[in-house]
Ligand binder design. Sequence first.
Ligand code: 2IO
Length: 407
Amino acid sequence: MKRILDFNIADPNFLANPYSTYEKIHNENYVLKDQKLGAFFFGHYEDVQQILSQQDLFTTEPLAKRAEPVMGDRVLAQMHGNEHHNKRKNILSGLTGTIFRDKYKSIIYEITVKLVKNKLMIGEIDLINDFGKDYSILVTLNVLGLPTERYKDIAYWHSGISIFITSLFLTEEERNFSLDCSDKLISYLSPIIDEIMRHPKDCLISKICLTKDNEMTKSEIIALVLNVLLAATEPADKTLAYLFYNLIKNEGLLKNILADRSLLKSAVNETLRLNSPVQLIPRQTKQDVTLSGIYVPKNSIVFCMIGSANRDPSVFDNPDHFILNRKLLVKENLGKSANHLAFGVGMHVCVGAAFASMQIELTANILLDHLKDLHIDNKYILVEKGLYTRGPLSMNIKFNPCVSKER
Ligand code: 2IO
């Protein structure tokens, strides 16, 4: 029987270490309620799976407030029926494995090598601030078909939009900054998107515009472009940094992976479980619901605690540990297919999941080829930031300095 526990998401102890709260949720069978926020927080694997799979009971309505004001229109997760099906299909058609191999692979290679090049002789790189932030924006701009000359400005505007989407509390000042960033990014993108609409090319934006009767408005197109830009960049640098942290910090793991690169795929997967970059997914109840014995009134905000669900000991043995072939340990009752929920589940499961996994695996392979004798300084302390999306503030990794052999 589950019980409600009073919870304050703004508690600095929770921000510093949400994992002990996750443990409490599992050990004492709690569902959390934040009275001030008026929201429920579900952290059990089965509950999260239920919430995300029953989209008629638990709607994506919270995005109308969380995303629309900075996106300018609806994002993919707010759509349903035919519209959702068609838009999702169009976006997916630009993110296939074939296109990845034929086109994005070489682009990602070039971006990665270019960004690490001047760090090679130094023997140290911060995977977040020297690499990941620029890397994720550059890759995504290329995929969308946007020019990259002003990527620094775009990264700045993007950061403002990201604050809006991923904050639980916003000051007036932050809100204004976010809205201003959104205005500026939309003004910048608008004429470029017009041009792509006039002369479609081989890029994701052209595929997004691919509606039969061309019934999409300009703001609908821009919102989906911003949706892809945000969703593809925000978790990418975080996942890559956590992956290298896990590879280096787990005894013998790096050595095994260097000897057999096919293991990297599982390492990316296990990183997504243990260090889920998206920790919360919001939903809203369409009617009164009782979930796992907890009564949730109509129109309540319900947060899925992805990071907690992914550490549910009834699904994952030894949940706080990095275990490479974890899939084999998944408990019987959820079936062999049970996996982490880092990409969500149900009809709104991340449309870029396969692409993201390929992207992170490829980039890690390139970095492993270029950076030799990887280690992390004993003095480095992992400090994480964020409740909604969560990632390391920095990730300094060291390696043997070498002279670049690249052009
Ligand atoms: C972009 C939070 C990075 C999505 C969001 C407004 C909608 C949706 C998500 C993920 C990850 C982002 N929500 N992607 O949780 O598109």
